[in-house]
Design a protein around this ligand. Sequence first.
Ligand SMILES: O=C(CO)[C@@H](O)[C@H](O)COP(=O)(O)O
Ligand SMILES: [Fe+2]
Length: 216
Amino acid sequence: MPLVAPSLLAADFLHLADACKMVNESEADWFHLDVMDGNFVPNISYGQPVIEFINKAATKTLDVHLMVQQPERYAEDFKKAGADVLSVHYEACTHLHRNVQQIKSLGMKAGVALNPHTPVDLLEDIIGDLDLVLIMSVNPGFGGQKFIERSLEKISTLRRMIDDAKLSTLIEVDGGVTIENAPALVQAGVDVLVAGSTVFRAEDPFAAIKALKAAK
Ligand SMILES: O=C(CO)[C@@H](O)[C@H](O)COP(=O)(O)O
Ligand SMILES: [Fe+2]
């Protein structure tokens, strides 16, 4: 059964408390929180102060996806804000190994996110240090985009890499995840399904989360 992480980017920002309550009461496992800096990606979302408030309302793991250049500048702030899992982008880090060690030394799980054009092979020398790899199945920056089909092959390659090395690194997929494509993603080896529009644009978000959990 996959873990399901609703992305609050698709929630109504005027009623974040309601969104948190819904996720708390649902079968979802994590809160997925997208931080965008308007530089690494062409959009600005929200940052530490908002996450600090979400942390007060949320009763589940906070999975923070940093779409930020030089994320090492903010790792400590996000720890203080309540992040449990902190993912940085491969493409935004000059010293990725140092950044991963920083996240772990602060007591968070460390993830690395890959843009659609970045091959999973580039993680060969760092995969053993990672708690999670986040495969972007859309170009980061916006919710509601169409799933890039090629991501399925990347996930299968990564699954093999992790299993061959006997690691327990989680594979998370993010972008364009739907109730329809979730089974193929789980079959390809995904552990964590992120879903924004599929959950928050659904008539019944609880049912959407339930359907994603049931993907096999
Ligand atoms: O990181 C991102 C976008 O950059 C995502 O987490 C989106 O928030 C997913 O939204 P949907 O594609 O599920 O609507
Ligand atoms: Fe995300």
